[in-house]
Structures are given as C-alpha cells and as structure tokens.
Design a protein around this ligand. Structure first.
Ligand SMILES: [Zn+2]
Length: 136
C-alpha cells in the first residue's frame, strides 16, 4: 500500500473558516482512495474520505509536497495495442486520449502522484508488461 500526503491550511469542513489540516492519497489494491482532515479550533477534528479522484487542490498539494513520480515502461514489454487497452481501461481515456498518453508513457513523460503511477504500473503488470514507478 502506497500513501502520499501533505499538510496545509484549508477550509474547515464544518464552518468554512481557515483551519490547519491536510490530506493524503493511498493506493489500495487497484483503487485510489483519498482523505482530508481539518482541525478547527471551533469544530474540532473532521475527516472526509472517498475513492477515486481527490477533491479540490489536494492532488497538486500532494505533488508539491512529495514530488512527482514517473512511470517507466520497459521497452518491448507491451505492444502498443495492449498499452492503449490498459490506458483506456485504467484511466477511462478516449481512443485519442490513449494515443496521446501512450506516447507520453513511452517517452518517459507520464507523471503523477506516487499512488497514481503505481496504480497504472500495476495495471500494466497485470496485462503482462513491465513497468516501474520512479522518482526523477
Ligand atoms: Zn470549523
């Protein structure tokens, strides 16, 4: 299980006032989860969590705090057709989106949070390819 998080000030989920808190993203199996918490002086601790895409600026905060990860696909380990199929299934991309993303993956330019990249690497391994999550 891979988790990346960030601490920052956000709006209290109870009253909307600025409050210290933070959030994290976790890869659980092949599913992304996120959680956000605030510690407001008036309302006390509040935690929210859900699956899939994180809310608001949590993703950019996590990227800023942890740095981006890069997906490295081992050359020749997966045909382009299979890679595009994986990308469409794992990321819900259109055909055009999968073509563009496959180009980024093969060029070593596909970046994301650690949990996001590990999830896609795991999908590629499930399809018989070899992929790693690397911190540049
Ligand atoms: Zn509050």
């Amino acid at each position: 299980m891979i988790t990346e998080g960030a601490d920052y000030e956000l709006s209290c989920m109870g009253c909307g006032e600025p409050a210290p808190g933070g959030g994290s993203q976790t890869l659980d199996g092949l599913r992304l989860r996120w959680s956000v918490d605030t510690a407001c002086a008036s309302c006390g601790p509040i935690i929210a969590c859900d699956r899939d895409d994180p809310p608001g600026d949590l993703r950019s905060r996590i990227l800023a705090a942890n740095g981006p990860s890069v997906l490295v696909l081992t050359e020749g380990s997966l045909s382009n057709a299979r890679l595009m199929k994986v990308l469409r299934e794992a990321l819900g991309l259109s055909l055009a989106g999968a073509v563009a993303t496959a180009g980024e993956v093969r060029a070593g330019r596909y970046v994301g949070t650690g949990p996001e990249i590990e999830r896609l690497a795991e999908h590629i391994r499930c399809a018989g390819g070899q992929a790693d999550r690397v911190r540049p």
